[in-house]
Design a protein around this ligand. Structure first.
Ligand code: NZQ
Ligand code: ZN
Length: 382
């Protein structure tokens, strides 16, 4: 085990915490509030933000889409540059927060912001940002990652930089009260797969990482089983905190990580507009079956410690069935149906995208080649 770990995001958790933002945003800031399609106007979050920002110089940028596009975000970059904005406040789900991270970095770069996504420009500075979370799922509110799409080429790509990690994040479970059922399910599934990507690899002897990952997985199962009672403060708070902890960097410290499900899933979103979390549920069971031999030990550990299964020769197989059963129990499909119905055409379109994006050897062993991905897709595309 060898790592350096720091999570510098100051978290304000609980009801009414939006009011705290004026204790952390410097009073002389020129703030740009960034949000999405307007859900924050329906749940009172926008009004709470406006109240907390009384006395500040602030303006807003709305219209950041789910799976944010560089085409939209670049308009905000122009505003930041023209108006001399000094602080960004993201109010929304992962898309708004990721988009704001891009704006923060691209605003201090003279070239084409997409260079950040291609790696042609390595971020060296960013405008400070804070986040008010309204959809627990991605963990973006307290991590250094962001995923942005170039609509023109259907390219969904990520970047990581410590400079875009939010200075603070408000996690008020009340903001979730207006979440549609579909997004609540997406939150459960995305958080679940984040833990799996850092856990179902090969044994590395990380007792803290494994133990904490297992606790999070058991929480998510319990919240899924209790989905009918989701309109409760405790349900909302526990999903919000679990999803945050699933991808704030801690459980991945010093252990192998996979992320192949995410990389392939991003292509499903870029090509067929599949919700992020749902792209993962489509790919993951088939990917685990494809990689079962190298992942057998961790799948067996998960079967016993998370699902309470008993030992047997086919324990790893039964654990994958239980994972798939978790999705089906939530009515989340595990087959791609969003393409035009031509299976082989869809598979070759996805493979072409992966090849173009250099995603030709994925997973903790770089063993998921395009040939393996084809086999994975054969069982995931209907
Ligand atoms: O735009 P608004 O009107 O706010 O509506 C949103 C959007 O339509 C709505 N919503 C959010 N909070 C709401 C609400 N509706 C009612 N009440 C509320 N309280 O939900 C819809 C989806 O929002 P979005 O932000 O797109 O969802 P999510 O949080 O799942 O984010 C997905 C994006 O994050 C990326 C994904 O790839 C995708 O682009 N990811 C980011 C990661 C990271 N930064 O670490 C890791 C993840 O693996 C993921 O890749
Ligand atoms: Zn995810």
């Amino acid at each position: 085990m060898q790592f350096s770990y720091s999570n510098p995001t100051n978290i304000f958790f609980g009801q009414g915490q939006i009011a705290a933002i004026n204790t952390v945003i410097p009073t002389d800031s020129k703030v740009l509030v960034v949000y999405g399609g307007g859900s924050i106007k329906k749940n009172g979050v926008y009004n709470q933000v406006a109240k907390a920002l009384e006395g500040y110089q602030w303006q807003e940028f709305s219209g950041v889409e789910p799976n944010p596009t560089v085409e939209t975000l670049n308009k905000a970059v122009e505003i930041v540059k023209a108006e001399g904005i000094t602080y960004l406040l993201a109010v929304g789900g992962g898309s708004v927060i990721d988009g704001t991270k891009y704006i923060a970095a691209a605003s201090l770069y003279d070239g084409d912001g997409w260079d950040i996504m291609t790696g042609d420009y390595k971020v060296t500075d960013a405008i400070p940002l804070g986040a008010i979370l309204t959809l627990p799922a991605t963990g973006s509110e307290s991590n250094k990652g962001a995923v942005v799409t170039k609509k023109a080429t259907q390219h969904k790509s990520g970047f990581l930089s410590p400079f875009v990690q939010p200075k603070f994040a408000v996690l008020d479970p009340d903001a979730m009260k207006t979440l549609p059922e579909r997004q609540q399910l997406n939150g459960l599934v995305d958080a679940w797969v984040h833990v799996c990507e850092q856990y179902i690899t090969k044994p590395a002897g990380g007792m803290v990482q494994d133990g904490f990952a297992e606790a999070l997985l058991k929480n998510l199962i319990q919240l899924g089983n209790d989905f009918a009672n989701r309109d409760s403060d405790a349900w909302r708070a526990n999903l919000m905190w679990s999803a945050n902890q699933a991808l704030n960097g801690l459980i991945g410290c010093g252990v192998p990580q996979d992320w192949a499900t995410h990389m392939i899933g991003h292509e499903l979103t870029a090509l067929y507009d599949v919700d992020h979390a749902r792209s993962l549920a489509i790919i993951q069971p088939s990917l685990l079956r494809n990689q079962i031999e190298v992942k057998r030990a961790k799948l067996e550990q998960m079967g016993i410690n998370v699902f309470g299964l008993t030992k047997s020769a086919d324990l790893a197989e039964r654990t994958i069935d239980a994972i798939e059963g978790f999705y089906h129990g939530l009515n989340v499909p595990t087959q791609l149906t969003e393409h035009n119905g031509d299976k082989s055409e869809a598979i070759s379109a996805i493979i072409t995208q992966l090849e173009q994006h250099g995603l030709v050897s994925l997973g903790e062993n770089q063993a998921i080649t395009l040939d393996e991905t084809k086999k994975i897709l054969a069982n995931a595309v209907s």
